[in-house]
Write a protein that binds this ligand. Structure first.
Ligand code: NI
Length: 162
């Protein structure tokens, strides 16, 4: 699958709920895991490969999650700063502040509803990927100064694609 880069309007779209987990979606999820690994990413949202549907894949320490129709039910009050990057915005890494822990609800690839508590990298990736499905990128959360510091690089990605 081909990664879509910053500047493509599909990254700003709000993706649509999945009504049924079909074999077609399971196949797409597998392909997305492959693409994420090829690109050495920890997460990949459907609209990053051009599909405006609400699902993403992520992998932390060899454990893969395939997340469909993700929700966040509860955020911790404590926030932490962690460095983030994005396969659609190559070679930009910046610290972003987000809630440390979250309670989430989603559908797995079998169509079962899953509820769990996430923290650490899982909580971070889940929030970053869910943002993608709402057309939000991590660079939107940077300070005006940091945005200015990366503006040249962003213009370059927009022009050249990577
Ligand atoms: Ni991303």
């Amino acid at each position: 699958m081909k990664i879509i880069y910053y500047g493509n309007p599909v990254l700003r779209e709000t993706s649509k709920e999945v009504t049924e987990v079909t074999d077609e979606i399971r196949k797409i999820l597998d392909e997305m895991v492959e693409t994420m690994r090829e690109e050495s990413g920890v997460g990949l949202a459907a609209n990053q490969v051009g599909l405006t549907q609400r699902f993403f894949v992520c992998e932390v320490e060899g454990n893969v999650k395939k997340i469909i129709n993700p929700e966040i039910i509860k955020f911790s009050e404590e926030e932490i700063e962690m460095e983030e990057g994005c396969l659609s915005i190559p070679r930009i890494y910046k610290r972003v502040k987000r809630p440390e822990k979250i309670s989430v609800k989603y559908m797995n690839e079998k169509g079962e509803t899953v509820e769990e508590e996430l923290d650490g990298i899982w909580a971070r990736v889940y929030q970053h990927e869910l943002d993608h499905l709402n057309g939000v990128l991590f660079i939107d959360k940077l300070s005006p100064l940091n945005k200015r510091l990366i503006s040249k690089r962003l213009a370059q990605i927009k022009k050249e694609g990577n």
